[in-house]
Design a protein around this ligand. Structure first.
Ligand SMILES: Cc1ncc(COP(=O)(O)O)c(C=O)c1O
Length: 304
């Protein structure tokens, strides 16, 4: 098993006057999304007539179901859906997301714990921004989806990789996590089903990890966007359901992109404790305001 490795935050060159620096150290350190880059390349090759199958972006290869598209068409015709919504999302969508979460995961949450975001991606960024202070460490099981470390670093945090390989089906153990834990550790990132490995933790494995997080008072950000993409005997389990004691320090990220073939509509959400959700909503209110009103109606139709 490989040891943990960490990536400290980039610092500006103190020898250079601020006015003579161009792109900030923080933003300059962000790599282009490798997923989107490889996806663009695959699409260009396909357009040129090459027989390419893209394994880059996680994108269903069928269109959004008709009844969802129809709801959006109707919403386009109604002026009330041409306006801003509350920054945190349409109240009816937040309610429907809470109901969907109970239905699909067995987790009872209040709509006030839901923040509707521009895709799961914005939820991940805002969740880390809401809870990380500079230097806080986030344990990131690897191989990972490339957005995670960038979001963590943008928020001032330090991603600490814990590598899992094929000998464990690309799943990390509590022992590995414990070896990576330091006094600076604040958050564990938990993704099951995982992108890119497809690994799905069993109930016992996930529960043991959740209990370890509770034992050490750690936060968990758990990305459940692939909850319905499980095959064979694999079963999805939601961490705050397996370990209810975790709920006060657990943020769940999800969205309509994968389950409902709605990648381009850009609707995701985070669910968490109300103080964190409020902080993330404040951030979003200044950054992007609400998610497209019409897209929220489409998402409401999907999750209902
Ligand atoms: C693991 C994982 N989480 C979150 C997302 C974000 O999805 P979106 O922002 O399209 O909702 C993706 C997209 O590829 C993903 O692979």
């Amino acid at each position: 098993m490989s040891a943990a490795s960490s990536h400290p935050a980039p610092q500006p060159d103190p020898a250079v006057r601020p006015a003579d620096r161009r792109v900030s150290a923080r933003i300059g350190a962000i790599a282009e999304s490798a997923t989107l880059a490889v996806d663009a390349k695959a699409k260009a090759l396909k357009a040129a007539g090459r027989p390419v199958i893209g394994f880059g972006a996680g994108e269903p290869d069928f269109p959004t179901p008709d009844y969802i598209v129809e709801a959006a068409v109707q919403a386009c015709r109604e002026p009330r859906f041409h306006r801003y919504t509350p920054a945190g999302g349409l109240p009816e969508l937040k309610k429907a997301i809470a109901e969907k979460t109970l239905r699909d995961s067995g987790w009872q949450v209040d709509p006030a714990q839901v923040l509707v975001t521009n895709g799961g991606k914005q939820a991940i960024y805002e969740a880390f921004a809401a809870i990380l202070d500079p230097g806080d460490e986030v344990i990131v099981p690897a191989p990972y989806w490339t957005t995670y470390p960038e979001s963590i670093q943008l928020a001032g945090g330090v991603p600490v990789e814990v590598v899992a390989d094929e000998t464990t089906g690309y799943k990390v153990s509590v022992e590995q996590l414990e070896a990576a834990r330091t006094e600076q550790t604040k958050v564990l990132l938990f993704v099951s089903p995982s992108n890119p490995t497809g690994a799905v933790y069993t109930r016992d494995e996930a529960e043991a990890i959740g209990r370890w997080a509770v034992e050490h008072g750690l936060w968990v950000l758990t990305d459940e966007i692939y909850e319905h993409l499980v095959y064979g005997d694999a079963q999805f389990h939601s961490l705050p359901v397996l370990v209810p004691e975790l709920a006060d320090k657990c943020i769940v990220v999800n969205g309509v992109a994968k389950t409902y073939a709605m990648t381009g509509w850009r609707v995701g959400w985070l669910i968490g404790p109300q103080d964190v959700v409020k902080a993330a909503a404040n951030l979003q209110s200044h950054a992007t305001s609400n998610v497209s009103n019409v897209a929220q109606v489409a998402a409401l139709t999907a999750v209902s």
